[in-house]
Design a protein around this ligand. Structure first.
Ligand SMILES: *Cc1c(COP(=O)(O)O)cnc(C)c1O
Length: 462
């Protein structure tokens, strides 16, 4: 065996062609076919990197709820764990242990009756967690109906019309009828009274959203539960609540500890929360939690081998990256309750500061001010006719800010608004830069004779 001298390259090394970036004609990005030939990693990297320059700047994306800043040590930990597969509990028992600890911590945070018997799992995000929560509701309802000898083929789920699209997906994929409570006047989310009116013997549950994506407002879990108690007294129907706490699950426990929205409300059977939103981890990680073992039917659980032990899993995927779960555990360990309070408290402060400044600007009117989720929506005053919220959104885009404008659903299709999501990394300084730009753009827009865009030119999705 020939060993190469450590002091220098072997003689054949000189023959290796070096494709220097930008000193020769670059390849073109392929569109429809796998390229026939190999290229150097440097050139491939540059092509991909350069194309991505045209994507928006994530930190200026005020549309997303998803984390766009993590500290450099989190980046390092994630890079160190890209190769771990969450499903391989046997091979990566410590990653599995960290997942379990996160579930315990969340169970505790959400006031489960016995956090030591925590029931829950990590997911790719709130969408998967919502599917799992919805499936558990559906299965429980079916079992009860079967046991009673009643039909079990026509389930429905009651929510506000403002629910996130993952619930439409759930209903579509699993053949559940969606019963949507429309908006009315200045009520932009679920009305507990109207929700209960839509419930019947085929209702598998009511979804209450802690933090509506439309305007950042909390829905009233406790009131919904009380009205469902009344319904049970009157009719015998026992309808559970699932809380979609995608964003609020990581805000309310820290900033509104007295608010009872979680397992303190006995009717709440399950909760989903996005680790990658106010959980402060890059996408994609979410969590699904059940109040106790009874809330999650055994027959939905699969068992995988875990160091000779059997480990339960409930998931839509099989393989999945372990790095996000590791990062979640890191953030829990790093920040603790105190750190989360500080980060979310600052976000709420910046949200309220920004909304107050926007309200003072003249043409705008707030729908919410960011005192629940650090998120607020605002519209143009009714007498502004020469430009629209879509013009405002497009004007801000010229400076790189992404502030979505969108119309509301039934019965407020007449309402179009802008929304700003304040997250970790959106500081008072950055807010001032946004406000300066908005003031300048408004001065220009005020000179318009007629709107340029009367609807969303890009297509914004919640
Ligand atoms: C973001 C969001 C979802 C979907 O969550 P992902 O984590 O993006 O899958 C569901 N519900 C609400 C209320 C949300 O804000």
């Amino acid at each position: 065996m020939a060993l190469r001298h450590p002091k220098g390259p072997g003689p054949h090394r000189r023959d290796v062609p070096v494709e220097a970036v930008f000193t020769r004609e670059m390849g073109r990005a392929p569109t429809y076919q796998l390229p026939s030939e190999e290229i150097s990693p440097e050139v491939a990297y540059q092509i991909v990197h350069d194309e991505l320059m045209l994507d928006g700047n994530a930190r200026l994306n005020l549309a997303t709820f998803v984390t766009t800043y993590m500290d450099p040590l989190a980046d390092r930990l994630m890079a160190e764990t890209f190769d771990k597969n969450m499903i391989d509990k046997d091979e990566y028992p410590q990653t599995a242990a960290m997942e379990m600890r996160c579930v315990n911590m969340l169970s505790n945070l959400f006031n489960a009756p016995d956090p030591k018997a925590a029931v829950g799992c990590s997911t790719t995000g709130s969408s998967e967690a919502a599917m799992l929560g919805g499936l558990a509701l559906k299965r429980r309802w079916q079992k009860r109906r079967k046991a009673e000898g009643k039909p079990f083929d026509n389930p429905n789920l009651v929510t506000g019309i403002n629910v996130q699209v993952c619930w439409d997906k759930f209903a579509n994929y699993w053949d559940v009828e969606m019963r949507l409570v429309p908006m009315e006047g200045e009520r932009y989310h679920l009305s507990p009274e109207e929700a209960v009116k839509l419930c019947d013997e085929n209702t598998i549950g009511v979804v209450v959203v802690m933090g509506s994506t439309f305007d950042g407002s909390y829905e009233d879990v406790k009131k919904t539960s009380e009205l469902l108690d009344d319904l049970q007294e009157r009719t015998g129907l026992d309808i559970p609540i699932h809380v979609d706490g995608a964003s609020g699950g990581f805000v309310a426990p820290f900033l509104d500890p007295g608010l009872e929205w979680d397992f303190r409300v006995p009717r709440v059977q399950s909760i989903n929360v996005s680790g990658h939103k106010y959980g402060l981890v890059y996408p994609g990680v979410g969590w699904a939690l059940w109040r106790d073992a009874e809330a999650l039917p055994e027959d939905l659980i699969f068992w995988v081998n875990y160091l000779g032990d059997n480990m339960p899993t409930f998931a839509l995927n099989f393989s999945r990256p372990g790095s996000q779960v590791v990062a979640q555990y890191y953030v829990f360990l790093r920040l603790g309750v105190e750190g989360y309070e500080r980060v979310q408290g600052y976000a709420r402060k910046v949200a309220m500061y920004t909304s107050a400044a926007i309200a003072k600007m003249g043409p705008f009117e707030l729908l919410t001010k960011g005192d629940e989720l650090p998120v607020f929506a605002f519209k143009l005053k009714d007498d502004v006719e020469n430009f629209t919220v879509f013009d405002v959104s497009a004007a801000l885009r010229e400076r790189g800010w992404q502030v979505p404008a969108y119309t509301f659903p039934k019965n407020r299709e007449d309402l179009a608004a802008l929304r700003i999501v304040v997250r970790r990394g959106f500081t008072l300084d950055v807010a001032d830069m946004l406000l300066d730009d908005l003031r300048k753009k408004v001065r220009i827009l005020e000179k318009l004779k007629a709107p340029v865009y009367d609807r969303d030119p890009g297509g914004f999705h919640h």
